[in-house]
Design a binder for this molecule. Structure first.
Ligand code: ADP
Ligand code: MG
Length: 349
């Protein structure tokens, strides 16, 4: 991924819709062949950013460079179909009156030639739909429709694929299968991917890098471990769920807390709290009379437990998550807490 220019450069892009600032001076480089995930709450600007990259939306300010070519600026606008970009949306947007094969052919130039027919058939085979080529969209399941949409997006042999929550309409099991198949194909073809999602698990499992979005801004970019374990601030942390805020003082290797040392690469010099995920705080039963932490409640999460723990002196609430179906701890138990920092905490992507 080094020694080449970024696949996409997003430079100072802003998008105003009346009084709504959908994108607020976004600058971001997407590297060739990476899977880059945009994660953010609904309304944070993810789809707008994809549409600007695709050329479907002309931004109020800023520019977009793909490879070495300026695509969008105050004086340039390359039409969407002239950009080497494929797009798959959440609702697949298949043509209802065209068969799977015709849907794919529709995206190709010279769609009536037999060579094109062969290519389209081959694309449908690659997404596992050899026996569905003549089916109309209404005869296909959600997962099958999604795969037709992918084949259609691949038909123009794009170098970049933009995926706007394409898996969110599928049930959990199917979602994973289709997602794996999709990324498998895109990786094999060496296509650069931007995946929009509001599902933290999807971002953490699919992406090489993740950009967290809030109110039209990118608030942190990094690899999965980086953004999950070392959020820049509270809004970044919240996108992945619960986090403990524990009093700390900066040290050379990170932050010192009452439970041990926590590496925290993005902590500012004068930070006074360490932000620590529940999995990184372990609760152990103790008979120690001086123990000040008490288990208040246990949430059974399925394969894990979330312990809600209270400091009986200060009242501060802490969360600890443990793996396993069965727990030895019960509400009222006194516990001792310790940090479990990640073994490898280099955070650069
Ligand atoms: P996300 O995809 O993260 O849910 P969007 O990019 O769709 O967010 O929207 C960002 C903000 O811009 C929202 O407040 C949305 O209502 C607004 N918005 C998006 N598109 C338009 C539009 N065409 N006209 C007016 N407002 C829009
Ligand atoms: Mg959206």
């Amino acid at each position: 991924m080094t020694n080449t220019e970024p696949a996409i450069q997003i430079n100072n892009v802003s998008q105003q819709f009346g009084s709504v600032t959908a994108l607020d001076q976004i600058s971001l480089d997407i590297q060739p062949q990476e899977v880059h995930c945009l994660l953010g709450a609904s309304g944070s600007g993810k789809s707008t950013l994809l549409r600007v990259i695709a050329g479907l939306q002309v931004p109020t300010a800023g520019n977009i460079v793909i490879g070495t070519q300026m695509q969008t600026s105050s004086s340039v606008h390359v039409a969407p179909e002239k950009r080497s970009i494929g797009f798959v949306f959440q609702d697949y947007a298949l043509f209802p009156h065209l068969s799977a094969l015709r849907n794919v052919l529709f995206a190709m130039p010279n769609q009536h030639s037999s060579a094109r027919r062969q290519e389209a058939t081959s694309l449908l085979a690659q997404v596992g739909l050899s026996d569905r080529v003549d089916f109309m969209p209404h005869m296909l399941s959600g997962g099958e429709q999604q795969r037709v949409a992918l084949a259609r997006a691949l038909a123009r042999q794009p170098r970049i694929m933009l995926l706007d929550e394409p898996f969110s309409g599928l049930d959990t099991h199917l979602r994973k299968t289709i997602r794996d198949l999709t990324f498998d194909i895109l990786r094999k073809k060496g296509i650069t991917v931007i995946l929009v999602t509001h599902d933290p698990e999807e971002a953490l499992t699919s992406a090489n890098r993740i950009s967290l979005m809030k109110a039209g801004k990118v608030i942190q970019t990094g690899n999965a471990m980086d953004v999950y374990l070392y959020p820049r601030d509270e809004p970044c942390a919240k996108l992945f769920g619960k986090i403990n805020r524990i009093a700390a003082t900066p040290a050379t290797e990170g932050m010192t807390t009452e439970f041990g040392l926590w590496p925290q690469p993005h902590a500012s010099q004068n930070a006074q709290v360490a932000m620590i995920r529940p999995e990184n705080l372990i609760a152990m039963p103790t008979d120690e009379p001086s123990a000040i932490h008490q288990l208040d409640s246990v949430v059974h999460e399925g394969r894990t437990h979330l312990y809600r723990i209270r400091n009986t002196h200060t009242g501060q609430e802490l969360f600890s998550r443990s793996l396993g179906f069965i727990t030895d701890l019960k509400p009222g138990d006194r516990v001792a807490l310790a940090l479990r920092p990640p073994a490898n905490h280099t955070s650069d992507p």
